[in-house]
Design a protein around this ligand. Structure first.
Ligand code: PLP
Length: 406
């Protein structure tokens, strides 16, 4: 059941005012707000159920361990992952992709080996590969989007050569909202024997994910965009890839035995989870994913598609606004500038004075911004709790900016 008023009431922060106006939160691409169920679960975990996990033989440690470990199953269900032990907890996508870079890619790549990645990528899916370029002479092969911002799977596959060892690609651009047909990329990559890492940071928030249907090898998500706590997240790693990986961080929890002479490791996924983890963060993420699954990701996607269409039509009516990207398959993320001299930061400051939160800048996607020839844009990114009235509020505020700066 998807009732917008009930849903909005679930998110306490949405009823606050900012600068004397009702908050219009359109910075969901950066981080989403949290439902009361998550806030209460986090409070309860600290107030009543807190201890370190995996190590104690006492009641609270066992309770915390059970709650924490149960989240692996919740994430697996949310992503339709074949096996629960393929879920590796991380602090977010950045850590997940770095784990793959250090643990899987670095030991198996030689100078001249290639990684194919798209110009749409967030820095989290670029910089870990630049590390391999800098340190071991790996070559990055960049695939450009089409003029409308879509990414043609055939173009990605055409960049694959005999030295390609990995394709790293996002499922949704955090700047343009472009949705990428990652299943088509994975099918072609499999036929060529090339593993695929999918950055699901944005996509998993807005549409149902079925990892079996996608057919990738690595799939990273970040909890704070999924209405969970910051510092939570996971990367799904197919069993056969896990078997090829060396651990990334060393410390407690990831070992079977440590002696003066050496160390043997725990089985995956623990092998890749060193040290005290984000216990309460992951428990909160589990509650957030339960919340999303109760709403139904199909319903979330349907609501956001309607919002996207409405916002697209209204923004198109502002003929002094340059909206970047017009891919036929896109989510409700819009990056734009105002014709004339107004800087994106000035626009966002004026919007903020009217209670509207957007992001301004290069959105951790500098290669894409360079490709678009843009210095900085404003970005309005919508979530399941946003309303058509908030689209109207954004457009009214942009009209005000146009009058002010025009
Ligand atoms: N990938 C994409 C597409 C993103 O939008 C983001 C966050 O903005 C990230 C990766 C990085 O996520 P995190 O900073 O939570 O690790």
């Amino acid at each position: 059941m998807f009732d917008l008023e009930t849903i909005r009431a679930d998110f306490p922060i949405l009823s606050r005012q900012v600068n004397g106006r009702p908050l219009v939160y359109l910075d969901n691409g950066a981080s989403a707000q949290k439902p009361r169920a998550v806030i209460e679960a986090v409070t309860r975990a600290y107030a009543e159920e807190y201890a370190n996990v995996h190590r104690g033989l006492h009641y609270l440690s066992n309770l915390a361990t059970d709650k924490y470990e149960a989240v692996r199953g919740t994430i697996a269900r949310f992503l339709k992952a074949p096996h629960e032990d393929e879920i590796v907890f991380t602090s977010g996508t950045t850590e997940g992709i770095n784990l793959v870079s250090y643990g899987w890619a670095a030991p198996r790549m030689a100078p001249g080996d290639e990684i194919v990645l798209s110009v749409l990528e967030h820095h989290a899916n670029i910089v870990p590969w630049h590390f391999l370029r800098e340190r071991q002479g790996v070559v990055l092969r960049w695939v450009e989007p089409e003029a409308d911002g879509s990414l043609d799977p055939e173009r990605v596959l055409a960049a694959v050569g005999p030295r390609t060892r990995l394709i790293a690609v996002t499922q949704m651009s955090n700047v343009l909202g472009t949705i990428v047909d990652v299943a088509a990329i994975c099918a072609g990559a499999r036929a060529r024997g090339v593993p695929v890492l999918v950055d699901g940071s944005q996509a998993a928030v807005h549409m149902p994910i079925d990892l079996g249907a996608i057919g990738c090898d690595f799939y990273a998500v970040t909890g704070h965009k999924l209405y969970g706590p910051s510092g939570s997240g996971a990367i799904w790693i197919a069993r056969d890839r896990q078997a090829e990986m060396r651990p990334f961080l060393g410390g407690g929890d990831m070992i079977r035995e440590v002696t003066r002479e050496g160390v043997s490791y725990a089985d995956p996924p623990m092998k890749f989870e060193a040290g005290t983890p984000g216990i309460v963060q992951q428990i909160g993420l589990g509650v957030a994913l339960d919340y999303l699954m109760a709403l139904g990701m199909e319903n979330v996607a349907r609501h956001e598609a309607a919002l996207r269409d409405y916002a697209q039509a209204r923004l198109a009516g502002l003929n002094w606004l340059n909206v970047q990207g017009s891919a036929p398959d896109r989510g409700a993320i819009f990056s734009f500038t105002l014709q004339g001299a107004a800087h994106a930061h000035d626009i966002s400051t004026v919007l903020d004075k009217r209670g509207i939160a957007v992001r301004a800048g290069t959105h951790c996607a500098m290669p894409l911004m360079q490709h678009l020839g843009m210095g900085a844009t404003c970005r309005a990114s919508f979530a399941l709790y946003n309303t058509p009235a908030e689209v109207d509020a954004l457009c009214d505020a942009l009209e005000f900016c146009h009058d002010l700066f025009g």
